[in-house]
Design a protein around this ligand. Structure first.
Ligand code: SF4
Ligand code: SF4
Length: 112
């Protein structure tokens, strides 16, 4: 039984079958929910030419939506990508980037 099946089965339990004190043995995970759907107006776009791979954006993103990826680029072995499925468009990454490599662009603009 995978986690989703198990969770849906639990949701069909009556209150008498609920675990004592409502203890959650399998808490929900944001990985399963594309919270990036909440984003409105703008999304971050990383300029690979300007980026110096300092990973400050990765540290500051409150939604863990900056991913470090093994993508060799010039002398670096890793790069950064935005997880648009979970990015909420707050713009913190763009504000913290020391070289202005992240621009907040219109939501409708295709940055893939
Ligand atoms: S806009 Fe906000 S949520 Fe999206 S990647 Fe940047 S810091 Fe994270
Ligand atoms: S903060 Fe800017 S320079 Fe540093 S890794 Fe992120 S995009 Fe690149």
């Amino acid at each position: 039984m995978n986690q989703k099946e198990s969770l849906s089965k639990r949701m069909k339990l009556s209150w008498k079958e609920m675990p004592f004190a409502g203890i959650m043995f399998e808490p929900g995970s944001s990985v399963e929910y594309k919270t990036g759907d909440w984003r409105i107006e703008k999304k971050p776009q990383i300029d690979g030419e300007k980026c110096i791979r300092c990973f400050i954006c990765w540290i500051f993103c409150p939604d863990v939506s900056i991913k470090r990826v093994p993508k060799p680029y010039k002398k670096h072995t890793e790069s950064v990508e935005v997880d648009y499925y979970h990015c909420k468009g707050c713009g913190i990454c763009a504000a913290e980037c020391p070289v202005d490599a992240i621009e907040m662009v219109e939501e409708s603009k295709d940055v893939s």
